[in-house]
Design a protein around this ligand. Structure first.
Ligand code: SPM
Length: 276
């Protein structure tokens, strides 16, 4: 006997995704959200927040490698890295593959996410055991206001722009991140799909281009998200991800499933209908 998980986030727009599951391994109601872990039939274990898919074991690497390595391989010496959100640890796992990282900070509003992921996703949350890791359990939008001129890379691994994550899609937050960056820093933020969320992306692109000399949008394939893909905003004070790509740094990256030299470049090629 199997059950279907149905993501209802955009059901009112006439679209959803449904995945067959064997059992629900854990359900926790935190101060911020409902957190569920499913054991699915096709995709291994799946993390869901408020009925929205965050990751599956099947394709989490496509997302985590791409949010991290594009910027990490464009900066010559990213010693201080901050992940905002990303309580499963996957984005931090990828950033910490770079030996030049000295401080891997993670600011997650909901400590229950980290707790649950440590129990069910050891291959993703292993980064929490790295001696370079330091976790801060607070609101990322507030945390960032207290940091100045410190981070070489900030990676915003947020959920969708509703509820607690809405503030992470606002210009004010980007301004504060800019202040927290070093003079040659780079920000990469989860920026939704060019198939379904063009207004969200265009808004981010518009204010980011005013704030940063370099803005680019790129994407990765994530079949278990409703549109099959998700994109990222790349905002940089100095390094361009194409011209300043450091191919030699690829050699130090172990166990890559999706990211490669070719993907680093092709991810920025956007369809004719979506030019920003
Ligand atoms: N570390 C993984 C966390 C996932 N962060 C992104 C979640 C996005 C979920 N929705 C995708 C598309 C629907 N608008």
């Amino acid at each position: 006997m199997h059950n279907w998980f149905i993501e209802e986030l955009e059901m009112d727009l006439g679209r959803s995704i449904q995945i067959k599951y064997k059992t629900i391994l854990e359900s926790v109601k935190s101060e911020f959200q409902q957190i569920d872990v499913y054991d699915t039939l096709p995709f291994g274990k799946m993390l869901v927040h408020d009925e929205v898919i965050m990751l599956t074991e099947f394709d989490e690497a496509h997302y985590h490698e791409m949010i991290a390595h594009v910027a990490m391989n464009s900066h010559p010496n990213p010693e201080n890295v901050l992940v905002i959100g990303g309580g499963d640890g996957g984005t931090l796992r990828e950033a910490l593959k770079h030996p030049e990282v000295k401080a891997g900070h993670l600011c997650e509003i909901d400590d229950k996410v980290v707790e649950v992921c440590k129990r069910h996703f050891p291959n993703i949350s292993g980064s929490f055991d790295d001696p370079r890791t330091e976790c801060f359990f607070e609101d990322g939008a507030e945390f960032i206001k207290k940091r100045k001129n410190f981070y070489h890379i900030i990676l915003v691994d947020s959920s969708d722009p509703i509820g607690p994550a809405e503030v992470l899609f606002k210009e004010e937050f980007y301004k504060n991140m800019k202040e927290a960056l070093t003079d040659d820093g780079i920000i990469v933020t989860q920026s939704e799909s060019f198939m379904y969320h063009r207004a969200v992306i265009k808004n981010i692109a518009e204010f980011s281009k005013k704030l940063f000399p370099i803005y680019r949008y790129y994407y990765t394939m994530v079949p278990t998200y409703p549109s099959g893909l998700i994109g990222f905003s790349y905002c940089s004070k100095k390094y361009d991800p194409i011209k300043d790509f450091r191919e030699e740094k690829l050699e130090q990256l172990k166990n890559l499933k999706y990211y490669s030299k070719e993907i680093h470049h092709s991810a920025f090629k956007l369809p004719a209908f979506f030019k920003i």
